[in-house]
Design a protein around this ligand. Structure first.
Ligand code: BG6
Ligand code: MG
Length: 218
């Protein structure tokens, strides 16, 4: 039985930071008079910071100079950082810690595959950093999801083939990235949104250990 790589997205899978990203983008959109709804926000999940800004400006048909874009990216991140400043382990999503513990007890590889440049400090804040053998985040990759670079790099660093990698994702772009790389995609969230996922669970409370055991054995 080959070792498996369990690759976790961060925002919206491990911690409930998706709402803070949304709040920070909404604040910026409002200041630019752009209508930005929770539905629009689905398109931003899993997407890099720069690409997210392009999508928002596109919604308002706003053309901006490079200088303004840089200023807004910094502003958004400062607002986001202020929202997550006081984050602690209470913001770990249900049953995530238990799932990580179970996978580690079974000697499988555990990686983070996130678009965020804030991934490490967040994992530290919530006390989960030590669970990860490998961390690949927005500082390490050039191509954003749905490009599979972040997941492929994580599997490589764990010494596991793509076919033996399992990806937990809450974003459409992330599920597509896993599928493109021939990894097993597991959606965390609404199956009507994450239609392309191989399996989908509302959250980790719905995924019992016997399901993980099956993934390890197959
Ligand atoms: C992804 C989030 O994980 O990271 C996106 O789903 C976010 O919403 C992206 O824009 C980049 O994150 P950060 O922390 O580098 O701005
Ligand atoms: Mg996510």
């Amino acid at each position: 039985m080959s070792k498996k790589a369990f690759i976790f997205d961060l925002d919206g899978v491990i911690v409930d930071t998706a709402k803070y990203h949304f709040m920070a983008w909404q604040k910026l959109a409002e200041s630019l008079d752009i209508l930005f709804t929770p539905e629009h926000n689905e398109e931003l999940k899993g997407v890099s910071r720069v690409r997210s800004l392009e999508i928002i400006l596109g919604l308002g048909r706003v053309e901006a100079s490079e200088e303004d874009k840089q200023k807004w990216l910094i502003q958004k991140n400062e607002d986001y950082l202020s929202y997550i400043e006081k984050m602690d382990e209470s913001e770990i999503l249900p049953n995530v810690r238990e799932t990580l513990e179970f996978i580690r007890r079974n000697n499988q590889g555990v990686a983070l595959g996130s678009a965020s440049k804030n991934a490490r400090p967040i994992l530290e804040k919530v006390g989960l950093l030590h669970f990860f053998d490998v961390i690949v985040d927005g500082n390490d990759v050039t191509n954003a999801k749905p490009d599979p670079e972040v997941f492929v790099r994580a599997a490589q660093l764990l010494g596991v083939s793509n076919e033996n990698a399992i990806v937990f994702e809450d974003s459409v772009a992330g599920i597509q990235a896993a599928n493109i790389a021939s990894m097993l995609s597991i959606g965390i969230g609404d199956k009507n949104v994450l239609k392309e996922a191989e399996y989908c669970f509302p959250n980790f409370l719905y995924m019992d250990n016997s399901f993980i055991e099956t993934l390890i054995k197959n």
